[in-house]
Ligand binder design. Structure first.
Ligand SMILES: NC(=O)c1ccc[n+]([C@@H]2O[C@H](COP(=O)([O-])OP(=O)(O)OC[C@H]3O[C@@H](n4cnc5c(N)ncnc54)[C@H](OP(=O)(O)O)[C@@H]3O)[C@@H](O)[C@H]2O)c1
Length: 410
């Protein structure tokens, strides 16, 4: 098979992976394609958590045509018993002769063992190294969460050209264009949780849901006609957000609030149902007893909707949040601000990806996107890696990561 064809099929696996991203946590979202005589005879994506993996779905579609065929998978097939039996067993049993993968699974339970299992059973394995970084963008959050047992964090912010996320009075609606906000709703569909700070809740009363249908048709036409411009490193996650592969779905990310308001207002959108958690720095629930709304607070504590930080330093508090979210199955969390909370996550070294929508407005004085401790010198500051820049008519989406992915070698 020619390198162009190999690339084409691997790109297809990544589109499939993206179509179920945000639905498979804590598992990674993977895509698989089975090719026989130059034709796709089966394809699949990971089913929502606990369901079949992409390879099994693709094999089921191909049926007898799997025998003697080649498989492309966006991540090394698993070889251990989890909620489902190992994919390697099914691949061997169904007679696949060659498996192409771009990446070794970062999960220590797999990490090269899937490849060995296939090879030891006569299945040829081809590692498409040149697509490794591109494919890794789809599972960066999974890598962090499986290795560090903390959710991965994407910090999203709409920022005026002079670097502010709101005016001094706290007004921020809307700094960015409809095109940018449409992307944010697509982005929300890929994550398991959305985090905001106490001031943002009180100022904006945000819904933190996915509302693609609120935007005019002209916006989806912009994306259908691919009228954005793209510069920098190709990134499979960003490209699929732009292409919108399968993002119009019914799901509600977990709503996460950092900081307990002085008085709870259950009419706010944030509290509309039970799918939320609040983190508070009150040291003991006894300190909350004097409040008028103590009964509600006690209910929230009993139901797991209110968590009191363990630890006192910023780092300990942020770890408490991300470890608790990980326990609740959150792989990727979208940190939507404001500046106070984002600064704490930066100080704790826990922002993994940055997505800043920079817009042609000047606000003068205002709220900074990042109220962090800061650095003595520019050289100490965080330099982002793997930068991509996307032009959205008037706005620019600037993205990057705090660390490179670091591909494992085999
Ligand atoms: N343009 C955008 O993309 C965007 C996005 C979101 C928000 N905003 C705007 O940003 C503004 C709010 O930002 P903000 O910086 O004032 O506040 P914020 O980050 O929303 O909330 C900060 C507050 O949360 C509480 N908190 C509790 N635990 C914390 C912790 N570990 N780290 C940090 N804070 C913690 C603190 O309240 P206490 O001090 O009372 O404990 C702190 O003052 C609003 O005007 C909103 O409209 C803009």
């Amino acid at each position: 098979m020619s390198p162009e064809e190999q690339r084409k099929y691997m790109y297809r696996t990544l589109e499939l992976a993206f179509s179920s991203i945000g639905l498979t946590s804590p598992n990674p979202s993977v895509g698989a394609v089975i090719v026989r005589d130059g034709e796709i005879v089966g394809f699949g994506a990971t089913s929502p958590c606990g369901g079949d993996h992409a390879e099994i779905n693709a094999l089921a579609m191909a049926g007898e045509k799997s025998r003697g065929a080649e498989m492309f998978v966006s991540l090394e097939p698993c070889c251990h018993y989890g909620k489902t039996p190992p994919c390697t067993e099914a691949i061997i049993r169904e007679g696949i002769t060659r498996v192409y993968i771009p990446l070794v699974d970062p999960n220590p339970m797999v990490a090269g063992k899937g490849i060995m299992m296939l090879k030891n059973n006569g299945v040829d394995v081809v590692l498409l190294n040149e697509l490794g970084d591109y494919a890794a963008d789809m599972i960066r959050g999974f890598k962090k969460s499986i290795l560090r047992k903390r959710s991965a964090v994407i910090h999203k912010s709409a920022i005026s050209l002079d670097g502010k996320i709101a005016t001094l009075s706290g007004d921020s609606r809307w700094i960015s264009s409809s095109l940018s906000r449409y992307i944010v709703h697509r982005l929300r569909a890929t994550v398991d949780a959305i985090i905001v700070g106490k001031n943002t809740l009180e100022k904006d009363n945000p819904s933190l849901n996915i509302r693609l249908d609120e935007f005019e048709d002209s916006i989806s036409t912009f994306f259908d006609e691919k009228r954005w411009w793209y510069s920098g490193r190709n990134n499979s996650y960003l490209e699929n957000i732009l292409l919108g592969t399968g993002v119009s779905r019914e799901k509600e990310p977990l709503r996460v609030l950092v900081g307990l308001p002085q008085a709870l207002n259950f009419r706010m959108h944030f509290f509309r149902d039970d799918n939320y958690v609040v983190f508070s720095d009150e040291k003991h629930s006894t300190q909350l007893k004097g409040r008028d709304d103590y009964h509600s607070i006690q209910n929230m504590l009993d139901n797991g909707n209110l968590i009191l930080y363990t630890g006192t330093t910023t780092r300990e508090q942020i770890y408490c949040i991300l470890e608790e979210l990980y326990r609740r199955g959150v792989v990727n969390a979208l940190l939507e601000g404001g500046g106070g909370v984002a600064g704490s996550f930066l100080d704790a070294g826990e922002i993994d990806q940055f997505m800043y929508f920079i817009t042609p407005r000047i606000l003068g004085n205002g709220i900074s996107p990042m109220n962090a401790s800061g650095y003595q010198s520019v050289s100490e500051g965080l330099t982002l890696r793997d930068i991509s820049i996307i032009g959205l008519e008037t706005d620019v989406l600037y993205t990057g990561y705090s660390e490179p992915y670091l591909l494992e070698s085999m």
